[in-house]
Design a protein around this ligand. Structure first.
Ligand code: ADP
Ligand code: ZN
Length: 737
């Protein structure tokens, strides 16, 4: 521990009861010592407020012996201890583990697991309705429906709840209030969530699901750490299978965590959970209001909340008694956090289960190479669901060779795809066009002088967004009005859009199918998550004919009428030189095409490509995922790439190119000599300039059993001192390499 007086000066006037180490959210390697004033009780895990320099910070009392050589009188005291349960030993061990593995400051990791209990205003009462009786002067059919419902169910109705349930507009209900048929009352605020009941509905597991469920339920019953992988095609009933595992954990009175990659957009998942368990799980993601966040966090800590469905950050929630983690779409890149603490929630979840000694279930239609290898080696138990549930069949997939079936001039959709869309439209079914590119066009240039619009602070092109009449940088968010004249040669109206984004595809669709109801789904459209949720509902209900979307629509959704999926540019992710590109493209294409035909209607996937012979394309149409993965795994093994070898990336950034490069070279020179570990680079990072910062990258490659963390620590401590504007981002197990 460090003597905190060195940094902040002594400040104690009360008697000292003890000295304790406290982790604060600073980039330092360990806790600082603080004095515990008499009258204050803290234990390891207590969430406290401590002075740090002129500021107050939230910290956690940590483990470790008090350093009795420190003079308590020289230490600053803890300011206050929050009234919330301390972080358990299990969580503290987890934080230490994550910190040691990712080489992130432990205080940063701990900060993800705690919250300063917020003082919130008392929760407002909900305005409700009371049925008084009587009849309105004029009885319309809509009013009758409302009255019948209110007579039938005395439930404390809200205005909108009653209108919704009766299928009438709010004004109908308001009219009845005005007439005195209802009066308004105040209802107490609802609880966070009701308790899910494992036996609310009987399991309806059948066929191949049965064996799979039995195996996984058995591992939950047995308790103790065990990792299972559910490897089943889209629509095979994986969710139903892991619901059985959840039911078993609930019967054993354990809390459950379900991780989902896009939780904010999966309201249908919450409904489905409610149908099975009679109550929704608590949600956890960045789009919650502070009030809900506070309530859920408290509920998790006290055990009132039994099941959380959350984004990756939910992994750091301090559950009172967690007994099962489920990771749906375990292959998804969204599980990787690349900010402050760089971690993969999938991998860290396995660690959490191991430390907590409880089972974990990984789920995917296209498991990551890492998890497949763990399955092959016997570290994970794999269960397979090779066919879709019930009458549903997987879509028929066809490659469209774009060299042989080129689109019309200026277009991007081949005649084959357009024909398929026309047929779907005629049958009253839906089509999805997938293109993983936001905006109108990825590149804008001047036809006269060739000027390209580039972000002033990043090494990336500005992307035209026609709906907003802007050109935007997708790295840093920089944007400006779409210019009318070229800034270089001054010519008006000579800007050309190069290549397609979803908005441009929408334009093409509109031209061909002016009568169709078309929607663009992309994360940058106005209205945020609320609007996206509504639009997903609208698609599921069949209020839309053609959806043009980015990966936002690729995941997990159930669109009953969707029978055609067109991949506009299947080659998009293949050419970036990343060894993971093939795996990622295979996963994405399988997921997207898997949106089609989930309810038994005959369905198709049309995949536009210029490389129909590419192994990924061949794997997709042959449906032989096994052979594809076998090759991928063999190639990784040969090249000693993860999971057969280890990788870390160090990005050195600075305000000037020279500073970044000099520092990176200095680090390289400081690398210790260790057999089995080598350093590549430095080279300009794939994004050489981001937000005005120049970036160089070092890649560290090691054999599987090498101690990467020790190597990196040695290199950084022997390397040049980090000063000026230099920053280092250390990423263990980088996503792309
Ligand atoms: P996956 O998670 O593998 O994509 P789902 O669990 O979503 O598959 O199942 C696909 C569809 O089949 C869903 O509409 C689901 O309701 C239905 N389904 C799956 N298993 C059952 C079952 N045992 N009984 C009834 N319907 C089921
Ligand atoms: Zn930028």
């Amino acid at each position: 521990d460090t003597d905190s007086s060195d940094l902040f000066g002594p400040l104690l006037d009360k008697p000292v009861a003890a000295v304790v180490p406290v982790l604060v959210p600073l980039p330092v390697p360990g806790p600082y010592s603080y004095a515990v004033p008499e009258g204050l009780t803290v234990v390891p895990g207590s969430v406290v407020q401590v002075p740090v320099g002129p500021r107050q910070m939230i910290g956690v009392v940590w483990d470790g012996a008090d350093d009795s050589t420190l003079d308590p009188k020289k230490l600053r005291p803890i300011t206050l201890a929050f009234d919330c349960p301390p972080l358990s030993k299990e969580m503290r061990d987890f934080v230490d583990w994550v910190s040691a593995y990712t080489l992130s400051p432990p205080g940063f990791v701990a900060r993800m697991a705690i919250r300063a209990p917020a003082a919130l205003d008392p929760e407002p009462m909900v305005e409700g309705l009371r049925f008084v009786g009587g009849e309105p002067a004029r009885l319309t059919p809509a009013r009758t429906r409302v009255l019948d419902l209110a007579k039938e169910q005395e439930a404390p109705w809200t205005r909108s709840g009653l209108a919704h349930a009766a299928g009438v507009s709010l004004s109908v209900v308001d009219g009845l209030i005005k007439q005195g048929v209802f009066d308004t009352i105040f209802l107490p605020p609802p609880p966070v969530v009701a308790r899910p009941d494992p036996d609310y509905t009987a399991p309806r597991i059948e066929g191949p699901q049965k064996g799979a469920a039995e195996e996984i339920v058995a591992s939950v019953s047995a308790g103790g750490f065990a990792a299972s992988l559910i490897d089943g095609v889209t629509g095979s009933g994986k969710t139903e299978v892991y619901f059985e595992a959840i039911a078993q954990a609930l019967r054993q009175d354990k809390q459950v965590l379900i991780l989902l990659p896009e939780i904010a957009l999966t309201s249908s998942f919450l409904d489905r959970f409610e149908q099975r368990f009679g109550a929704k799980p608590a949600e956890w993601h960045s789009d919650l209001s502070p009030r809900i966040r506070e309530k859920v966090w408290r509920g998790v800590v006290t055990g009132e909340v039994r099941v959380v469905a959350g984004a990756r950050s939910a992994l750091f929630l301090p559950f009172e008694d967690l007994g099962l983690i489920v990771i749906d779409e375990e292959h998804d890149p969204a599980y990787k956090q690349e900010d402050r603490v760089f971690y993969n929630a999938r991998d860290m979840a396995v660690v959490r289960a191991r430390i907590g000694d409880f089972p974990i279930v990984l789920v995917s239609a296209t498991p990551s190479v890492e998890s497949q290898v763990n399955g092959l080696s016997g570290r994970y138990t794999t269960v397979h669901l090779p066919t879709r549930f019930g009458d549903a069949a997987l879509p028929d997939l066809h490659l469209v060779d774009m060299r042989r079936h080129p689109p019309e001039r200026g277009g991007f959709l081949s005649p084959i795809l357009l024909r398929g869309m026309k047929k779907a439209l005629e049958r009253g079914e839906q089509s999805l066009l997938f293109l993983n590119r936001r905006g109108y066009a990825p590149l804008t240039l001047c036809r006269v002088c060739g000027h390209r619009f580039q972000c002033p602070q990043c090494s990336s092109w500005l992307v035209e967004h026609r709906f907003r009449n802007q050109i935007q940088c997708h790295q840093c968010g920089y944007h400006e009005h779409t210019p009318e004249a070229c800034p270089e040669c001054g010519t008006f109206d000579h800007l050309v859009a190069c290549g397609p984004g979803v908005e441009r595809i929408a334009e093409e669709v509109e031209k061909h199918f002016p009568e169709a109801r078309t929607i663009v789904m992309s994360s940058d459209l106005l209205g945020g998550v609320k609007r996206l949720r509504m639009e997903l509902d609208a698609i599921a209900k069949g209020d839309v004919d053609i959806v043009i979307g980015t990966q936002l629509v690729a995941k997990g959704h159930n669109f009953p009428l969707m029978t055609l999926v067109g991949i506009v540019d299947a080659d998009l992710g293949l050419s970036n030189g990343d060894p993971r590109a093939a795996e990622r493209t295979f996963q994405l294409l399988s997921q997207v095409t898997g949106r089609a035909g989930r309810t038994g209607l005959k369905s198709h996937g049309l995949i536009q490509t210029f490389q129909p012979q590419h192994p990924v394309m061949q794997a997709i149409v042959s449906g032989d995922a096994g052979a594809f993965y076998e090759r991928e795994i063999a190639e990784r093994e040969k090249a000693i790439l993860p999971p057969f070898g280890r990788l870390a990336s160090l990005i050195v950034s600075a305000d000037t190119r020279a500073d970044a490069e000099t520092h990176a070279r200095g680090l390289r020179a400081a690398a210790p000599r260790v057999t089995g570990i080598s350093v590549l680079g430095p080279a300009e990072a794939p994004l050489a300039l981001v937000r005005g910062r120049h970036r160089f990258r070092l890649l560290v490659h090691g054999r599987r059993n090498s101690d990467m963390q020790a190597f990196l620590k040695a290199m950084m401590s022997a390397g040049p001192k980090v000063r000026g504007t230099v920053q280092i981002q250390l990423d263990i197990d980088p996503q792309s390499f």
